[in-house]
Design a binder for this molecule. Structure first.
Ligand SMILES: CC(C)(COP(=O)([O-])OP(=O)([O-])OC[C@H]1O[C@@H](n2cnc3c(N)ncnc32)[C@H](O)[C@@H]1OP(=O)([O-])[O-])[C@@H](O)C(=O)NCCC(=O)NCCSC(=O)C[C@@](C)(O)CC(=O)[O-]
Ligand SMILES: NC(=O)C1=CN([C@@H]2O[C@H](COP(=O)(O)OP(=O)(O)OC[C@H]3O[C@@H](n4cnc5c(N)ncnc54)[C@H](O)[C@@H]3O)[C@@H](O)[C@H]2O)C=CC1
Length: 419
């Protein structure tokens, strides 16, 4: 496989597709979302909005190699993943449990007492779980369903409200529809048992019971840079990681870099990108301050750079849109994952690799060197540069103090006049 994929980015699109078809039996060029399928997915359907789909290489998770399709409009994201993956090598990833949480939020009467309500729910727990089980037989047949139920109030801040929390095992689905059905079915029983008024019943996108951890230890001799020794580069990456813990201005950018790969893979697999982003950013501010999500530490004694990223990853391999979207199905087959836990492991590893690639560039040659080369290609194409004109155009654009469509159009004019 590695022979076929060497200098993959220098091949033509047709050659790349041929190789991927040989490796995965997936024909990306002939699979599209039909008008009929599109109009079944959303309302007032008009057409499909195209986002480029590329493939990230060199991703190895738990000693298994993955081809990682990414749907993104941003130049250099795919290159950065392949580049970071090539340097880091194997990532160890684990997802111990995947539970989602739902809420039944209630307005209490003045006579409601938090302690008594808690006792009532505890006393009726088995009954409530039995009712909940009746509304999700399908997911139970896969080994999932309701796990636990408890009540919580906020007596000091909002004494007039209390919430029933229900944890739920969605197995390989995201579980949002499944859990919402259960919560709405359960709400009348709850309000009867503790005599409160139900305000709403809905799953939470705060996913602190569905954490995935990705870890890597990279020998520093793999860290190459023109300006810095491997030791200096490892040290500078550690500084970048520590600083992102302190300053929200930097932390948000740091985490955006992590999400470059994660959101692109979530979109390609037909997962709910908003749910993933909401959960991840909430996790970044779990102690009250928004912080960088990854940690990089340089162990000078062992000569290794250690990286770690632990975040919620509420992904699915079945259900929702992804089961009926032909391109999502194709992407999942290409990834060759067999469970949502495995997909979560790959997702978070992609985030760690993407973060490493960005930090490595930022603390050495700077982000513009690599990113702008690819941005220049994209700007050149936007003004109608032909493939045979592209190398000259990119070369000229990279010498400009500013890269934009106006500059690119002037240069293209010049190239064509000088032909
Ligand atoms: C851009 C690179 C990869 C160049 O990196 P390079 O050192 O010129 O790469 P190389 O020529 O040594 O090639 C190494 C490998 O990279 C891949 N590669 C190399 N070039 C390409 C290409 N054209 N197309 C596809 N793949 C490419 C490819 O896999 C290649 O292996 P090979 O095929 O030779 O065996 C590097 O500078 C890099 O990783 N930069 C980081 C870019 C990045 O993170 N972009 C995200 C957008 S910026 C942003 O949104 C977030 C940010 C940065 O603000 C976050 C933060 O602040 O933390
Ligand atoms: N706040 C949020 O994030 C909300 C999200 N949504 C949307 O809900 C959708 C996802 O809901 P789901 O309940 O996941 O989808 P779903 O309603 O399609 O349910 C999953 C189905 O897959 C079946 N299944 C087959 N094999 C399975 C396996 N191995 N493991 C688990 N289930 C298996 C289940 O029995 C179930 O019928 C997404 O489209 C999401 O955007 C909906 C409401 C709110």
């Amino acid at each position: 496989m590695s022979e076929l994929l060497s200098k993959f980015y220098k091949k033509t699109t047709a050659e790349r597709n041929k190789i991927i078809k040989e490796l995965t039996h997936q024909d990306f060029q002939s699979t599209t979302l039909s008008e009929e399928q599109g109009s079944q997915l959303i309302e007032n359907y008009l057409t499909n909005y195209a986002v480029p789909l590329g493939v990230g290489l060199n991703v190895q998770v738990n000693h298994q190699a993955y081809l990682v399709p990414l749907a993104t409009e941003e130049p250099s994201v795919v290159a950065a993943l392949s580049n970071g993956g090539k340097i880091l090598g194997n990532i160890d990833a684990t997802t111990k449990e995947r539970r989602i949480i739902g809420q039944i939020i209630m307005k209490c009467h003045p006579e409601n007492n938090l302690e008594q309500m808690t006792q009532q729910i505890e006393k009726n727990k088995d009954h409530l779980l039995e009712v909940a089980n009746q509304y999700c037989e399908s997911i139970r047949s896969y080994g999932g369903g309701p796990v636990d139920i408890w009540l919580k109030g906020y007596p000091e801040d909002l004494p007039e409200f209390a919430t029933i929390y229900l944890s739920f095992d969605p197995v390989d689905a995201m579980g949002a529809n499944q859990l919402n059905t259960v919560l709405e079915a359960l709400a009348p029983d709850v309000s009867r048992i503790i005599d409160t008024e139900v305000v709403m019943a809905i799953l939470s996108n705060y996913q602190d019971l569905a954490l995935t951890q990705a870890m890597v230890e990279v020998p520093i001799d793999r860290l190459k840079s023109n300006q810095y020794s491997p030791e200096q580069l490892a040290q500078r990456i550690e500084w970048a990681s520590h600083y992102a813990q302190l300053d929200p201005y930097r932390a948000v950018t740091h985490n955006k870099g992590i999400m470059n790969g994660i959101t692109a893979l979530a979109l390609a697999t037909g997962n709910d990108t908003r749910a993933i982003e909401a959960a991840v950013h909430a996790h970044a501010s779990r102690d009250g301050q928004y912080r960088g999500l990854s940690q990089w530490n340089y162990d000078a004694e062992d000569g290794v750079l250690k990286g770690e990223l632990t975040i919620p990853m509420p992904v699915a391999t079945v259900g929702g849109t992804l089961s009926s979207h032909p391109q999502s199905q194709q992407v999942l087959k290409t990834l060759n994952v067999t469970s949502a836990k495995e997909l979560a492991n790959v997702m978070v590893s992609v985030g760690l690799i993407q973060n490493f690639a960005a930090l490595r560039a930022l603390v050495s040659e700077g982000i513009q060197a690599g990113h702008m080369q690819l941005q220049a290609r994209s700007t050149a194409q936007q003004v109608g540069t032909l493939p045979e004109e592209l190398p000259d155009m990119v070369h000229l654009l990279m010498q400009q103090s500013e890269i934009n469509q106006r500059v690119a159009a002037q240069l293209l004019d010049k190239i064509r006049k000088n032909k």
